[in-house]
Design a protein around this ligand. Sequence first.
Ligand code: SF4
Length: 290
Amino acid sequence: MNVKELSTKAEITWCPGCTNYGILSAAKRAIVELVNNKKIDVKKVTIVTGIGCHAKIYDYLNVNGFYGIHGRVLPIAFGIKLANPELTVIGFGGDGDTYAEGVSHFVHACRYNADMVMIVHNNQVFSLTTGQMTPTSEVGYKGRSTPLGVKEKPLNPVALALINGATFVARGFALDVRHLTKLIEEAIEHKGFAFIDTLQPCLIYHDTSAYFKEHIYKLEETGHDTSNYEDALKRALEWDYCLNENVKIPIGVFYKVKKPTYGEQWPQLRKPFYMVKRKVNWEHVISEFR
Ligand code: SF4
C-alpha cells in the first residue's frame, strides 16, 4: 500500500500551507507503514472526528470514519471500539473540541484506559469560528472573544492525561512530520489509551510556528525514561502553554506503560461475546430517522 491510496477526491479546503496538512501526512504515513508491516489491516482502521478545522481530515483520509459532533469524539470512538474490539480506532479532535466541551470525556477516557488513539490538533485557538480563545490559549492571547487578552492560566493536557491514568502520553509538532509519524505509529501499536497532543499552529489566527521551532526539544534526545511516571510529570510541567521566552518545550513520548484496558477487564467485551450477531430490523431503525 502507498500513501496515495489513503487520499480521497475531496477538495482540500484548509488554508494554503495550514499545518493540518502535517498531521494528515503523518497519519497517512503511519497507517501505510503499519499496514505494510502487517501490524494493522487498513479495512479495520476507523477514524472519528469532532467539529473544527481539524475535522475536515475525515474527508481527506480514505478509511472508515464517523464525523462526530463537537466535543464528543471520545465517547463515539470508545463506543465503536467496545462494539468491535477488532477495529483500530483513531480519534482526531481540536483543542477547543477536546479540552473545553469534551474535557470530561477526555478525563474518563484516560481513567478507563480506553484502547484507542486520540490525536488532538492543538492550535490554542478556535480557528474555524475565527479566533476565539480555548482552554490552551496562552495568557495574554487577544482574539475575538478576548480583546483585552486571556487572563486565565491555560490547561495543561499532557499533565491532565498523566494524572488521570493515560498509558501512552505524547506531544507532537505538526511541522515535524517525520517525528509525528513515528509517534502516531507507536500510539497505534500501543494497547490502551494513547494520547498525542499535537502542536498545530493556525497560520491565520494564532501563528506560533516560529516560536515552537525555536523552543521545542525532543525527549528521546535527552535519555528520558518513558516508564518513569514522576519524570514524565516533571517534563509535562516544564511548559505551561504560555508563550514565554525562557522556556523549552518537550515533544516526544512522555510516558508509556502497559496496564489492562477497559475492554480486557469485562468478559462480555471479549471474544466470542462481541461477535454474537444480533437480529436487527434495519428498516425499523432507519425509519426513525426518515
Ligand atoms: Fe488551518 Fe487556521 Fe486556516 Fe483553520 S483557519 S485551515 S487551522 S490555517
